[in-house]
Structure formats: structure tokens, C-alpha cells
Design a protein around this ligand. Sequence first.
Ligand code: SAM
Length: 184
Amino acid sequence: MIIPTPIMVLLIAFIGLMLYFLVIANVYGAPFVPTPMRAVKRMLELAKIKPGNVVVDIGCGDGRLAIMADQIYHAQAFGFELSPPIFLYAKLRILFKRIKTKALIAFKDSRYIDLSEVDVVVLFMMPNPLRDFWKKKFEKELPPGARVISYAFSIPGWEPSHTEPPIKEENVGPIYVYKMSEIY
Ligand SMILES: C[S@@+](CC[C@H](N)C(=O)[O-])C[C@H]1O[C@@H](n2cnc3c(N)ncnc32)[C@H](O)[C@@H]1O
């Protein structure tokens, strides 16, 4: 019989925790695939952000959208990331690249954040979680003036106010812009 040592227990707990976050991120969001910078710039342009607007990336990866929303548009920008290694990567990238930003990049499951005071949600999530979870949360919590900017995938059942076509030769996907005032 194998007697588990404290190191083994810690290792198993660590692996279990990582797998847990990986599964949750995939079931309720998407795996880490960064949005191309060209699309990041366009998403933020299309969001029509005013200084001081609250901008949230609900699965921020390395934080690129939140950082640019702060740096270029002077938004109150938040990026939430659920996966510990990706979150750590985002923080280290900011540190080592000496990125100057007031954007708050936080380790958090954004399913549990309150969206009632958010002006702009930016996201890159898979179609199933968009249909089964995020759509309902946005309809319930986002105020009428809010905009939702989705990269790559549309929100099933919602009519976009604008669709930016993909740029196939640059591997850039489509961008869907939604105004909550047109959704209710
Ligand atoms: C496709 S990536 C997009 C990253 C970034 N938004 C970008 O556009 O470059 C999706 C990210 O969302 C994270 N994620 C998925 N579900 C999440 C949740 N419920 N809360 C916070 N982050 C989540 C994943 O770990 C992953 O890093």
C-alpha cells in the first residue's frame, strides 16, 4: 500500500485545483486564446467608450482588452481571470514589460460579479456558455445603456447592432456589437 506523503497530498490537491479551474473555464467560458491586437483595437473603438466608463472583460486572459481600455480610453477597466496560470501570466507580463496601467486584473470567476453598473462588457467566450449562461446574466443585470462587444462568436438569439466581418487573411474573426437598449 502506498502511504501518501504531505508532498504527494499537496501535489494531488494542486493538480485537482488546476483541473477544476480548467474545466470551469471551458464549461462556462473558453480556453485561453488571445484576441488578435487588431481586433482588440477595433472592439474598443466599436464600444464607444467615454472616459470613466466601466469596462469589464469577463475572461481577460493576459488583460490586453482591459489594459487598452484604460490606456487609450481612460475607462475604469477591469479584467477577471479564473485560470490561475493565466492570471499569473497576466500579472507577470504587466510587471516584466513594465506596462503602465490602472486597469484592475483580478483572479475571479466572473460568473459571480455584479454587472449592474457596467457600461461595456468585452468578451471572447464559446457559443454554448454564451447561450446557456452569459446571455441570461447580461439580460438580467446589464443596464439599458450598456454595450456588449463579443469577439468571434455571436450571442444566440440577439440581433447585433453592428457586425464587423472577419479578416480571413489575417486570421481575425468577426466582432459583434450589441446595445442592451435594443435587446430588451
Ligand atoms: C478565449 S480567452 C480570451 C482572453 C481575452 N479576453 C482576450 O480576448 O484576449 C477566454 C479566457 O476566459 C477565461 N475564463 C473562462 N471562464 C471564465 C470565468 N467564468 N471567469 C473568469 N475568466 C474566465 C479563460 O480562462 C480564458 O483565459
